[in-house]
Design a protein around this ligand. Structure first.
Ligand SMILES: [Zn+2]
Length: 450
């Protein structure tokens, strides 16, 4: 074909392509992208690309960009500063005081740190939870750094141990979210989206929770919250409301196929049935769950009950990394304790981190697989690192042997953001300086309050 109007502007050449359209499918091939969209997924050499930029994928796998269903990039400055605590103390003693002490520059620097870590580790889309204030700065960071981000400010108006600075008037909190969604949902050519984010049952009055559900549904935005993460949390919800955690959320509209609940560890049989019949998604966060000693969600059981399960790293201070490789490796191993070593195979886990997550985020037409017409969100993961050698099933090599250090190229909407392992268009030295200064200022404010 010689008509240059069909020529790609980017070609990813000579890789082992895992399009993630079905488990086990892989072939040596190439991907062509034009104007931000995939125009060819080919098992032969793409011709007529003399004007295209070429990214080499030899000795590497080519996959759709990874999608995480639950992160908090705004918590990134607190990383390595909140170890050795269970959930409720982790929130009350460290994370809430930190979020209360953040200013706008701190929010933006934290978001930048979280986003560059996600990108360098091959995560091209994330469902993200903000703090109560300055959420424009998170979107601004995402807009400039190029990630695909679905995000929302968090809502909280009650809660033992919560700093007054984080507790908002419910009407004001909801109107802030409405304004944020109006401004950012669909921005950056659709790369940014809004998702309403009540913190969790213990942080929200019934009126605020209902308001969140109504706001999301009136605007077609996703809903995200935390549920049944910790035994003490579930007991407190029952003491306050007389209901189980899922029952309580359900009674205020927080279940449905537009809802992603992080964790889902301490669930009753009736909860599982209700989540399945309402097609609510659970985001499994094994790294954070193990670090906080919260427990292990029964993921094989949830999947068997028909519940969609996706993966997320949760917050940098409770993990302490945002690596999808860490979460995939844990998801593919820890359930063996209960179900034996075939509980969750590497192809199933890769699917959770790509096409299943895209479907849960209502973005299945856009991302999650490598197919013609989809957004050009493509990653190249090296298969010649020591832990991926000498060979074997490519999903096994990535899930059990992979790591962020093996991510060679990252492309979002056709734009190369990481090339040969290095961020493009980011002054890393200046970013490190901003992160350092923002953490020092935030820590000073945290100490002043104590
Ligand atoms: Zn979380």
């Amino acid at each position: 074909m010689s008509d240059s109007s069909f020529s790609p502007d980017l070609v990813i050449r000579n890789g082992l392509v895992l399009p993630m359209v079905a488990d086990g499918v892989h072939f040596r091939g190439e991907i062509a992208i034009r104007d931000g969209r995939i125009t060819a997924v080919s098992d032969s050499t793409i011709e007529d690309c003399s004007t295209a930029r070429i990214l080499d994928a030899s000795n590497a796998a080519v996959l759709p960009g990874f999608i995480q269903g639950h992160v908090h990039v705004v918590q990134s400055l607190l990383r390595h500063q909140a170890d050795g605590l269970e959930l409720l103390d982790w929130l009350r003693l460290r994370t809430w005081p930190y979020e209360a002490a953040l200013d706008g520059d701190g929010v933006e620097a934290a978001a930048e740190l979280g986003i560059v870590e996600l990108l360098c580790g091959g995560t091209t889309t994330a469902l993200d939870f903000g703090t109560t204030h300055d959420h424009n700065r998170v979107f601004r960071a995402a807009e400039s750094l190029g990630i695909r981000l679905v995000s929302g400010k968090t809502h909280m108006d009650i809660g033992a141990g919560a700093p007054v600075a984080l507790l908002e008037n419910p009407d004001r909190s909801l109107s802030d979210a409405f304004e944020l969604g109006q401004r950012w949902h669909g921005a950056a050519d659709g790369r940014l989206r809004y998702a309403v984010a009540p913190r969790f049952a213990l942080s929200c009055s019934p009126g605020l929770l209902r308001g969140c559900a109504e706001l999301a549904r009136a605007n077609g935005w996703l809903l995200q919250t935390h549920a049944a993460e910790n035994g003490a949390e579930v007991e407190e919800v029952r003491a306050l409301s007389g209901l189980g955690n899922i029952e309580f959320l359900d009674s205020h509209g927080l279940v449905g196929d537009d809802v992603i609940l992080a964790h889902g560890i301490h669930l009753e049989k009736a909860d599982v049935r209700r989540l399945a019949e309402t097609r609510t998604t659970i985001c499994h966060c094994p790294g954070a769950n193990l670090k906080l000693g919260s427990g292990i969600a029964d993921v094989p059981g949830l999947i068997q009950s028909g519940i969609a399960v996706v993966l997320g790293a949760d917050g940098p201070p409770c993990n302490n990394r945002l690596s999808i490789f860490h979460e995939m490796s844990l998801a593919a191993t820890i359930h063996g304790l209960r179900y034996g070593p075939t509980a969750l195979g590497p192809w199933a886990v890769l699917g959770m981190a790509t096409r299943d997550a895209a479907a849960a985020l209502h973005m299945g037409d856009e991302v999650g697989t490598l197919e013609n017409g989809k957004a050009g969100d493509v990653i190249v993961v090296e298969l010649d690192g020591w832990s991926a050698l000498p060979g074997g099933d490519p999903a096994s090599r990535i899930v059990f042997g992979g790591g962020p250090h093996m991510v060679r190229h990252v492309v979002v909407a056709g734009r190369p953001l990481v090339v040969d392992g290095k961020l493009v268009d980011v002054d890393a030295k200046a970013l490190r300086h901003r992160i350092d200064e923002a953490w020092k200022a935030t820590r000073r404010r945290m100490e002043e309050v104590q």
